[in-house]
Design a protein around this ligand. Structure first.
Ligand code: AMO
Length: 422
């Protein structure tokens, strides 16, 4: 019977068939020990008189499941037959089971097509898939519709810089920085929408939290009262995402020794003005309008200390630091928020301007060319409801949840300033 490694316990004393990869091998002459890895885990296999192929070869093993307290996981398979389905032709560039993925990032990323097979390397991707599943499931239940917007676009939605140009026949086009404008248009269609898709940012940063291509989890909702509705939605949404990850990727979370966050019913909120005051007066770290990486880290610590929370909403950013579509208040602030998780910004969002004239004004005030936003502006002549939304950076959330040293480990094939392969 064909079984997965994780189900072996139920088959002690029986003969089973396993399919997987040669994770590790040790040849003692008469007997050979090998570890077989499949999508669910790793198990020890003992065999005799066999010339084992190189690690990572694809194998089919038939054998008897026995208990062995000395074997990892307490079980072992005594092989009756080992078939090499496809032999590895070369030794792997790094040893997969020992992969010290914290130790040599460049090598690990360079050979990502095979280093990703390591249990620790692949774990964040499994957790991320679960987070995305929770995201979709919660929003589906709340009557949101999943949308698929173009990724080759006429103009950038998040400000002029940071766009990758593309040749689009005789025209200049760009890779989408976000689905912002399209998700707003789609609010006029479905009222509640979401999208899970990659976005591109041409940023020179070489930091542990920036990618040039990342997965954006976008939400947009119509007929809201204000940005408070959005923050409440995000609280419930995140709770379900975390729950789904814990329920379906618990092994991966444990393997990485991640400290799962407390999830407060209500995430504490701090206005931008108040955050600045706290930074200056209580933490001795004066800042300008933009909250630097360090400022966000300090606010994260502050939230932990003051409220025991890993999460913090910073709200009401000044107009000068938010995009043109953000809903302004009379006092120069906006109905906007960022969500910091353990001191890292994982979400930006807010209410949007929903009236044509105001939007036009706002574009001009930011020195942007309304021409470039034609297809978007038009829709505001046709009755757009008060609306707003937010976007979660999937890799950043995964990184912080799992305590990964770098956001690159939360993406299978990261694109950064110097990396375009594999
Ligand atoms: P913003 O530009 O703040 O907002 O992006 C939203 C979230 O995306 C993540 N993020 C990144 N992750 C990895 N590498 C990057 N270079 C990077 N840049 C951003 C962050 C960030 O919080 N349209 C708005 C969202 C909205 O208002 O709905 C937007 O794109 O987690």
């Amino acid at each position: 019977m064909r079984v997965l490694v994780r189900d072996l316990k139920a088959h002690v004393g029986q003969e089973v068939e396993l399919l997987g990869f040669l994770h590790w091998r040790r040849d003692l002459g008469k007997v050979q020990f090998l570890l077989l890895r499949d999508r669910s885990g790793v198990v020890q296999v003992v065999t005799g008189g066999l010339k084992l192929p190189l690690p990572e070869s694809a194998l089919r093993v038939r054998g008897l499941v026995v208990e062995n307290p000395k074997a990892p996981g307490g079980l072992e398979v005594q092989a009756k037959e080992v078939e090499v389905l496809s032999p590895a032709l070369e030794p792997t560039p790094v040893e997969i089971p020992k992969e010290e993925w914290r130790a040599n990032p460049e090598t690990l990323l360079e050979y990502r097509y095979v280093t990703l097979r390591g249990e620790k390397a692949r774990a964040p991707l499994k957790v991320q898939a679960a987070l995305v599943r929770g995201f979709r499931r919660y929003l589906d239940r709340q009557d949101f519709t999943e949308i698929f917007t173009p990724k080759v676009v006429r103009a950038g939605a998040e400000g002029g810089s940071g766009l990758f140009g593309v040749d689009y026949f005789e025209k200049r086009a760009y890779l989408a920085q976000s689905p912002q404008l399209y998700k707003q248009i789609m609010v006029g269609v479905f009222e509640r929408v979401y999208e899970v898709a990659p976005v591109w940012r041409m940023e020179e940063h070489h930091t542990s939290r920036h990618l040039n291509e990342y997965l954006s989890l976008d939400v947009e909702m119509g007929f809201i009262a204000d940005e408070e509705d959005l923050m409440r939605l995000e609280e419930a949404l995140l709770a379900e995402m975390l729950e789904e990850a814990l329920n379906t990727a618990g092994n991966e979370i444990r393997l990485l020794g991640a400290e799962w966050p407390s999830f407060p019913q209500e995430i504490p909120r701090l206005t931008h003005a108040e955050a600045k005051r706290v930074l200056k007066e209580e933490l001795g770290y004066p800042v300008g309008q933009d909250l630097s990486e360090e400022a966000e880290r300090l606010l994260g610590e502050y939230a932990k200390e003051r409220w025991g929370s890993d999460w913090l909403f910073v709200t009401r950013y000044p107009r000068s630091v938010r995009p043109f579509y953000t809903y302004p208040e009379e006092d120069g602030t906006t109905r906007s928020f960022d969500l910091l998780f353990r001191g890292l910004e994982i979400t930006s969002g807010g209410q949007r301007i929903h009236r044509y004239e105001e939007l036009l004004e706002s574009l001009k005030a930011k020195g942007m060319d309304p021409e470039a936003f034609q297809g978007y502006l038009e829709v505001f002549k046709y009755g757009m409801p008060p609306h707003g939304g937010f976007a979660i950076g999937a890799e950043r959330l995964t990184q912080k949840l799992l305590g990964l040293p770098n956001v690159r480990y939360a993406r299978a094939f990261p694109r950064d300033r110097h990396r375009l392969t594999p």
